[in-house]
Design a protein. Structure first.
Length: 225
C-alpha cells in the first residue's frame, strides 16, 4: 500500500465506485465524499494526508466550483475537475480558479488513472533544489515559491508555468511552446488559457510580475533587468 491518499468527490455512487476500483488497483488510499459539503468536511479532517482530489462539478448542496474556491483559500493540493460539460469557457474558468487538470465525462478510467499518476509524479518527485532570481526563490523539493522571502500561494499549474519561464529566462516563448511543455500535451483547448494564467501569476508575484514580459506576436519571456 502506498502513502498516497486521494479524495474522490462525486454525488453518483456508480461513478465513485468506478474511479475507486481503478485507483485501488494502483494501491492508492481512497476517501469518498457524496457532495460538496461532505467534501469540505472530509478535506478539513484529512488535509494533511490528502495528496490529490478528483472533484465533480455538478453536485447538490455545494457545487465543485464552490468547493474548489474554499479549498484553494488554504491549500494547493492538486485538483482534477470532472465534469459532464466540455465547453472551453468552463475549462478556462476552472483554470482561473486554480484547477490543475480538467477531464470531461465520459472518460476512460485508464486515461484518468494515467493523468492521476502523471500529476502525482509532478507533485511528489521534485528534485531537491532551491533557486533564486530577482528576489523570487523557487524550492523545487517543496514546490514552493517565495517573493522577497514571503511565501506566495500558487496552484500546481501556476508553479510549473513560473518555473518553465524561469528555466528559459531571456528566451521568447510562444504560447504553443508553453502549452506543450507546461501542460504536457494533455490540454486541447485554446492557448488563451496561457494568458489567463500569466495574468494571475503576475498578480501573485506583485512587483516581480514585471519580469514576465509580453512579446507581441510571439508569447512571453521571463527577464530580470
Amino acid at each position: 500500500m502506498t502513502d498516497i491518499t486521494i479524495l474522490v468527490v462525486d454525488d453518483e455512487s456508480r461513478m465513485r465506485k468506478l474511479i475507486k476500483d481503478f485507483l485501488v488497483q494502483k494501491e492508492y488510499k481512497i476517501l469518498e465524499a457524496v457532495d460538496g459539503e461532505d467534501a469540505i468536511k472530509i478535506f478539513a479532517d484529512n488535509k494533511e494526508k490528502i495528496n490529490l482530489i478528483l472533484l465533480d462539478v455538478m453536485m447538490p448542496k455545494l457545487d465543485g466550483w464552490s468547493v474548489l474556491r474554499q479549498i484553494r483559500q488554504e491549500s494547493n493540493v492538486p485538483i482534477i475537475m470532472l465534469t459532464a460539460r466540455g465547453e472551453e469557457q468552463d475549462e478556462l474558468f476552472g483554470f482561473e480558479l486554480g484547477v490543475d487538470e480538467y477531464i470531461s465525462k465520459p472518460f476512460s478510467p485508464k486515461i484518468l488513472v494515467a493523468r492521476v499518476e502523471a500529476l502525482l509524479r509532478r507533485t511528489t518527485n521534485q528534485t531537491s533544489n532551491i533557486y533564486e532570481i530577482g528576489g523570487i526563490e523557487i524550492d523545487s523539493d517543496g514546490r514552493t515559491v517565495k517573493v522577497d522571502s514571503k511565501l506566495i500561494e500558487l496552484s500546481l499549474r501556476e508553479y510549473e508555468l513560473l518555473k518553465y519561464l524561469i528555466d528559459n529566462k531571456g528566451i521568447a516563448l510562444s504560447r504553443d511552446k508553453i502549452l506543450n511543455n507546461v501542460w504536457n500535451y494533455d490540454y486541447y483547448g485554446d492557448s488563451r488559457t496561457i494568458d489567463s494564467h500569466i495574468k494571475k501569476l503576475r498578480h501573485k508575484l506583485g512587483k516581480k510580475g514585471k519580469y514576465i514580459e509580453t512579446i507581441r506576436g510571439v508569447g512571453y519571456k521571463f527577464e530580470v533587468k
